[in-house]
Design a protein around this ligand. Structure first.
Ligand SMILES: NC(=O)c1ccc[n+]([C@@H]2O[C@H](COP(=O)([O-])OP(=O)(O)OC[C@H]3O[C@@H](n4cnc5c(N)ncnc54)[C@H](OP(=O)(O)O)[C@@H]3O)[C@@H](O)[C@H]2O)c1
Length: 326
């Protein structure tokens, strides 16, 4: 099979396509003929060797996929051979075939293609768990989304609108803000045009109820300052490369709640919430009320370029690799 391979840690251009033996199937796994894989920020970090989990090279990157089950280990009861599935894994998705734990896969609802399914799981599930169970967003509330043109950010904009909030999107260029507007954002703020705090005060004079921050860095503090008394700030990621430090006197004076979300910890500590949210989100996907914006698609041979697009923050919404589909 053909696969993109990382033979040494480094920038995205270390990744190149090679002919490999198909992966062997372990207990609890199914073999997936990968239709589409989606690119996520942690894939870049795994290739760079700077992610919290290290995978020794050589390895096939790729943590999110959709495709058809072609074989199942003897102990697997579902999904069945022939079903289309989507889900995530640590590595291995940038290949024609992947061996994936059956328990981490979901059957693709009728009428949803591999591309949409592949690009849906990580970003939309993160956004939905954050909004429903961490921020506890209520209809009519004012939600500010940083990195609103990125994968998690755009999903947060869309699901915030679905949950009845008024959404202010903060991003770095017109393409990203256009995508956020198409997903229902009411206010658009380009953070490159000046100080974020006055820009947010202008559109939200009464302050925001919730800020969702997948970016970190210099934008976090002015966004937190834009909260009303008692508002909620949710830290989700640090795509800027910088973990912000918030002066605690701001928290004291404004009476705000600073909250965090991390997928594995949420799954471990709140499995009931996760199951309930995932069921609700799958229904939104099946009814086409929730879907990813796919900003760029590459063939498998373009894996390095796809990783670079995400590494440089250029992606609008999700970046995908069309492997055996399309
Ligand atoms: N906590 C969790 O469980 C969880 C789950 C999923 C993802 N995450 C994390 O959330 C973050 C965002 O993920 P994503 O998939 O939305 O990423 P993405 O699609 O690449 O979007 C990230 C956004 O960050 C901004 N950014 C600012 N400086 C950047 C830089 N130096 N490089 C890249 N982007 C930069 C960009 O927005 P502007 O151009 O508008 O500034 C970009 O659109 C990542 O750190 C990821 O690891 C965490």
């Amino acid at each position: 099979m053909r696969a993109a391979v990382c033979r040494a840690y480094g920038p995205p251009d270390r990744v190149a396509v090679e002919e490999l033996d198909p992966p062997t199937l372990g207990p609890g796994q199914v073999r997936v003929r990968v239709g589409t894989a989606a690119v996520n920020f942690p894939d870049v970090l795994l290739v760079a060797g700077t992610y919290q989990i290290k995978v020794p090279p050589p390895f096939v990157p790729g943590s999110e996929l959709a495709g058809e089950v072609t074989e199942a280990a003897g102990d697997v009861t579902a999904p069945a051979v022939g079903q289309h599935v989507f889900g995530s894994t640590l590595v291995g998705a940038f290949a024609e075939e992947a061996a994936v734990a059956a328990s981490s896969l979901t059957v693709v609802p009728p009428g949803v293609d591999d591309r949409v399914a592949a690009a849906f799981g990580v970003a939309h599930r993160t956004a939905f768990h954050v909004l429903k169970s961490v921020a506890r967003l209520q209809p009519g509330e004012e939600l500010v989304v940083l990195g609103a043109g990125g994968g998690v950010g755009l999903a947060t904009v869309q699901l915030g609108v679905v949950l009845g909030a008024s959404v202010t999107a903060v991003a770095s260029n017109a393409d990203k803000l256009r995508a956020a507007a198409a997903f229902g954002a009411s206010h658009l703020v380009d953070h490159r045009t000046g100080d974020l705090r006055p820009a947010l005060r202008q559109v939200l004079p009464e302050g925001a109820d919730v800020v969702v921050d997948p970016v970190g860095g210099a934008l976090a503090e002015p966004a937190l300052r834009a909260l009303r008394f008692g508002g909620r700030f949710v830290t989700v990621g640090y795509a800027s490369g910088e973990i912000p430090r918030i002066p605690l006197n701001l928290v004291l004076l404004k009476g705000v709640h600073v909250l965090g979300f991390q997928f594995a910890e949420f799954a471990r500590h709140r499995p009931g919430d996760m199951r309930r949210n995932d069921t609700e989100l799958l229904a939104l996907l099946a009814s086409h009320r929730a879907f990813p914006h796919i900003g760029a698609a590459f063939p498998l041979d373009g894996a390095a370029q796809a990783l670079a697009c995400v590494a440089e923050g250029k992606a609008v919404g999700k970046v995908v690799l069309d492997i055996t589909g399309h």
